[in-house]
Design a protein around this ligand. Structure first.
Ligand code: ZN
Length: 256
């Protein structure tokens, strides 16, 4: 993997956004392996296909690239809000690659993969409608809130210029697949509880420490009158899927 962006591919493009697009897409095309299966070669979809930018011929997995000059940041602007919400509920939603690059230094600094099953309406923020004077007045876009995705779903490929081991990326992606919930409404709860568990500083923690999030959770789910039971049920699920283990007398250990 070579972190440098190849300036030659942008020859002939006059608009900044177009040349940034070819620079970053050609970088992915030439350097990026498939985080799902490790296969090195990918294919590029033709421009303006509605969904994914890339797919890998071996596993047929699809990826959409979102790139930004500078740091990736906590939120990444995306297309129409309504389209995004319907997309994430469907199976055709691709995995996402988020890239931060530097046009000054012509290199890729950061790259993460977020598998599609981490997408949930909670991480999609509705932007204010475009003003009446805008060309697309009334259009409502969205932001992807990366910091709301549990850390297990933000898998680092390049972190501040340091390239992760390919096998490690593939293993982490495979492990994250154990959190896959086909039903999108079930995703909200398991990710909420995973975020609570992630927020506890120690790897060994008590049920009481997770109950401490009860108030915050009941604000989010006002119709649920038994948050504690829900917490226990989701901890069981995280245990069954290998992310935490039960060490006895109301105590758990975080594994991943
Ligand atoms: Zn693959």
């Amino acid at each position: 993997m070579d972190l440098s962006l190849d300036i030659r591919v942008a020859n002939g493009y006059h608009s900044g956004s177009q040349s940034a697009r070819v620079l970053t897409e050609s970088w992915v095309y030439n350097n990026m392996f498939c985080p799902r299966c490790g296969y090195v070669r990918l294919e590029h979809f033709e421009n303006n296909k509605p969904v994914a930018d890339f797919y890998y011929p071996m596993c047929k997995n699809q990826y959409e690239l979102k790139s930004k000059n500078g740091v990736i940041g906590k939120k990444v602007p995306d297309g129409a809000y309504a389209t995004m919400i319907s997309r994430i509920s469907s199976d055709s939603n691709p995995d996402f690659l988020f890239m931060g690059y530097s046009l000054d230094r012509m290199i890729v600094d950061n790259l993460i993969v977020v598998p599609k099953y981490f997408f949930h309406p909670d991480i999609i923020e509705k932007r204010a409608p475009l003003s009446d004077s805008a060309r697309r007045a009334g259009w409502v876009g969205c932001n992807i809130l990366l910091d709301k995705i549990p850390i297990q779903g933000r898998i680092g490929i390049i972190s501040d210029g340091v390239i992760s081991d390919k096998e490690q990326v593939v293993n982490k992606t495979a492990l994250s697949g154990k959190l896959e919930m086909k039903n999108i409404s079930s995703r909200g709860w398991i990710f909420d509880i995973l975020r609570c568990v992630n927020a506890i500083p120690d790897d060994v923690f008590s049920l009481e420490q997770v109950y401490a999030f009860e108030k915050a959770l009941s604000q989010k789910y006002p119709d649920n009158n038994n948050i504690k039971a829900k917490i226990r049920q989701q901890l069981q699920l995280l245990r069954d899927r290998g992310f935490i283990e039960f060490v006895g007398s109301g105590t758990y250990r975080r594994i991943v």
